[in-house]
Design a protein around this ligand. Structure first.
Ligand SMILES: [Zn+2]
Length: 142
């Protein structure tokens, strides 16, 4: 039987610049295009957090989930420059890296629900999604 999931939507506004010191200025411009602009730019990010229902009760505590996501993700990034976040000292602030970071921040803090998926809408046309690295190969879930 496939699990029932619940998805909640959260929002934050943040600035960033796509740039890596591993590339030359010219290479950065080619790889990241407009997003390499030295002045940076902002996005109204939408974060979609999907959790599986508790195996025991079958009900997700949405208030608890809201508190957790607001404390862990929204407050951390809202009206901040993502490039200044310590987690982005080692990697660029791409949607791919952001969605993985949000997963890594939330996953250990969800005691009763299993985090199933995190989605990040960056622009009208860009959506990033991550469901963790250790997907069980069917059967029992840990
Ligand atoms: Zn951008």
């Amino acid at each position: 039987m496939s699990p029932v999931t619940v998805t909640r939507r959260y929002r934050f506004c943040a600035a960033h610049r796509l740039h890596t010191d591993h590339l030359t200025s010219e290479e950065n411009r080619i790889v990241f295009g407009k997003c390499n602009n030295a002045n940076g730019h902002g996005h109204n990010y939408v974060v979609l957090v999907t959790v599986e229902s508790d195996v025991n009760g079958g009900v997700v505590d949405l208030e608890q989930l809201d508190r957790l996501v607001n404390d862990t993700v929204v407050r951390r990034f809202d009206h901040h420059d993502l490039n200044g976040d310590p987690e982005f000292a080692r990697c660029t602030t791409t949607g791919e890296n952001l969605v993985k970071l949000i997963w890594e921040l939330l996953e250990p803090k969800l005691p009763n629900q299993r985090l199933a998926k995190v989605g990040v809408i960056e622009t009208r046309d860009n959506y990033f999604e991550y469901a963790g690295s250790a997907q069980p190969a069917g059967g029992s879930r840990g």
